[in-house]
Design a binder for this molecule. Sequence first.
Ligand SMILES: Nc1ncnc2c1ncn2[C@@H]1O[C@H](COP(=O)(O)OP(=O)(O)OP(=O)(O)O)[C@@H](O)[C@H]1O
Ligand SMILES: [Mg+2]
Length: 275
Amino acid sequence: MNIPKSPNLSQVKHIIAVASGKGGVGKSTTAVNLALALGKLGSRAGLFDADIYGPSLPLMLGAAGSRPRVVNGKQMEPISAHGIRCNSVGFLVDDIQAMAWRGPMAVGAFNQILNDTSWGELDFLVIDMPPGTGDIQLSLAQAVPVSGAVIVTTPQDVALLDARRGIEMFRKVQVPILGVVENMSLHVCSNCGHIEHIFGEGGARRIANTYGVELLGALPLDSRIREQCDAGTPAVAADPQGQAAGIYLRIAERVREQLADAGESVGPSIEVSDD
Ligand SMILES: Nc1ncnc2c1ncn2[C@@H]1O[C@H](COP(=O)(O)OP(=O)(O)OP(=O)(O)O)[C@@H](O)[C@H]1O
Ligand SMILES: [Mg+2]
């Protein structure tokens, strides 16, 4: 779909939506680590929290309480955290309980914050979408010139069903699907190493095959991933050599490759090792 870019997005090469149908499957965790991983690979990355109702990025980036500086009375400067530029309604509104937006207001708030942020030159702007595939999500997908969507799911049947809805929603508005990320894929017991497929097995692979899209990667259910986000330093920043960071970096690499294939340069390339 050909949506014109607003002036503040004119120097953003690619906008990537991270979405799922179901809530709580790990969109924000994936979005924040993907943005950090793109930065680690040498791209200029930004992150926008489109979750107007439940913004979680300020906390995950260790930037809660920060306020974007306003310049010229209207433009907001993005907050800088772990080397990436970000903005969220969570930086602007104190009491998130007060945000009982109705649908059109939510879309209006989203558009305004996104378009009034002076993002500058970015190779990638990752958008953490709110959960669901209703009117709000559809309006968001239609309002922004998205280069591609990353769909996050757990292997659980209900999540997979919602992930399919997510894929179909983006297809409807002609946004290419860059691939599927399976989150909480398996659990490795930290005492005995026993592997358990808590939410089932192989579901994301099946969906990827059904829709002819790529399975970009699978993250284990690992308490460190949660703890690092809760502490404001997500896995890619906290432990860049760790297993989870390695998976996020490979996902980022594939996303970069796919978008580079689609045309524009996406910044310098830094090799990711496979260990
Ligand atoms: N791979 C993982 N291992 C362990 N915990 C995880 C993992 N991924 C996410 N979590 C935790 O699960 C919870 C939900 O994750 P997250 O907030 O990223 O989901 P979400 O899809 O963005 O939720 P919402 O729909 O509410 O926006 C968080 O507490 C997060 O730290
Ligand atoms: Mg979220």
